[in-house]
Design a protein around this ligand. Structure first.
Ligand code: IZC
Ligand code: ZN
Length: 412
């Protein structure tokens, strides 16, 4: 063993290589006085802390909590500018969609992203990614969608590719050219969808820049019909579909996502019973984003109903400059308890194994099990309840990513 973690007060992890649904979402393995052995970036021992265990480097976890590294399965990490000026507009009564319709919101970020060079976007995103890692995220999904033309979508995706090579957080790249209709196509939306299908998608595929394709199916963005067209084309190009649905208006998005065989559906704030049943039937992971509900001051998704209906629930930050400028997954974890009434065990599964399932990686990430890649968090916490209780402070002490130890925080 290259690395041995001993004297773990409590090891808490979901197990398995598939998303956990229904009752099994809340069934996590708990081992007191545990140890974990790591070799070549992979877990080789998970069990009790036996004195006879020997390792190269030994870390005494001093009775702390250890969980899998967090998987943030929904972020818009790479963008130019910020949108702090929108806060005053929101407080004065303008809604997210009002701001978008007036040429602000996503379109404001598009202007700044187009104006930024690839190197500038890389520097900015790398610094943001370090903050994510410091809060326990070891794998994240990352979307384009602020270029909205061939060249600038590719620019964003190339930044993601480079971050993946150089940074410690692993990224799952998603093409999201269907995030908004760019201003130059306001009066000709079909032509923009043609551009995505006929030019941007083929270019993304030929450079191998994305694994997934996402669409913003919403009033003032893309209709379910338009979303079907984009996702259908993406599947032809070998990308796995995802969709932002029912965030603001329920226009049939969840049903569309299920019909298109999406691996995950995002937001689902307004999704009702029929939508929940459709997701369950097709095994779509529900990526819920409670920090976005918090930021928009709107309702919360029916997470309990989803779990009870047998839908696998993941919880993510939705980090973006408009509706969720927060990189810390611990905050939505807290909201999952307060607003969704998830138990700590259900919420832990939501930010680890089920997050990994939403990006097709739960065979190698999302749990602490022999054979999986060695991603974990050592928390400054004595038990699982504690990390769903002390919101507002970063409780991460150390992160281990593929066996590499990263010191985060000595004083919590
Ligand atoms: O930049 O506003 N909902 N897309 C859909 C977003 C939020 C990101 C943004
Ligand atoms: Zn999003």
């Amino acid at each position: 063993m290259d690395l041995l973690l001993r004297n773990i007060g409590l090891l808490a992890t979901p197990t398995g290589n598939t998303a956990r649904k229904g009752d099994s979402q809340g069934q996590v393995t708990l081992i007191e006085n545990a140890a974990v052995g790591i070799e070549n970036g992979t877990f080789v021992y998970v069990g009790s802390s036996d004195e006879s265990l020997k390792g190269g480097k030994v870390i005494d976890c001093e009775c702390r909590l250890v969980t899998p590294g967090l998987v943030d399965a929904h972020t818009h990490l790479v963008f130019g500018g910020w949108r702090q000026k929108e806060t005053a507009r929101k407080l004065a009564g303008e809604s997210y969609l009002d701001i978008l319709k007036s040429g602000g919101g996503i379109l404001d970020t598009v202007r700044h992203t187009r104006a930024a060079t690839e190197a500038e976007l890389y520097e900015k995103s790398a610094a943001l990614l370090d903050i994510m890692l410091a809060h326990g995220t070891t794998t994240a999904e990352c979307k384009s969608g602020y270029g909205l033309n061939v060249e600038d979508e590719l620019k964003q995706l190339r930044v993601i590719k480079k971050l993946n090579k150089t940074g410690k957080v692993e990224l799952a790249p998603t093409f999201m050219g269907a995030h908004a209709i760019p201003s130059e196509f306001t009066d000709n939306r079909d032509a923009y969808i043609d551009l995505i299908c006929d030019e941007t998608l083929p270019a993304v595929q030929s450079e191998g820049l994305a694994d997934f394709c996402d669409v913003f199916c919403e009033t003032a963005a893309f209709t379910p019909e338009e979303s079907r067209r984009v996702l259908g084309k993406a599947v032809e190009y070998g990308l796995i579909p995802k969709a932002h649905v029912d965030e603001i208006d329920p226009i049939g998005g969840a049903e569309m996502a299920a019909e298109m065989g999406c691996i995950s559906a995002e937001h689902l704030i307004r999704t009702g019973g029929a939508g929940i049943r459709a997701l369950e039937k097709r095994g779509v992971v529900a990526c819920l984003l409670p920090a976005t509900s918090f930021c928009l001051g709107k309702g919360y998704a029916r997470a309990r109903d989803m779990i009870e209906a047998g839908v696998a629930v993941a919880i993510c930050t939705d980090f973006n400059p408009g509706s969720s400028p927060n990189l810390n997954l611990q905050f939505p974890m807290y909201l999952a308890g307060l607003k969704y009434r998830l138990t700590p065990a259900e919420a832990l599964t939501a930010v680890t194994l089920n997050g990994a399932a939403a990006i097709g990686r739960c065979n190698r990430a999302g749990s602490i099990e022999v054979g999986k890649q060695a991603d974990l968090v050592i928390w400054d916490a004595p038990d699982l309840d504690y990390i769903f209780y002390r919101y507002g402070t970063n409780l991460v002490r150390r992160v281990i990513k593929k066996g590499e130890v990263i010191e985060i925080n000595k004083y919590v």
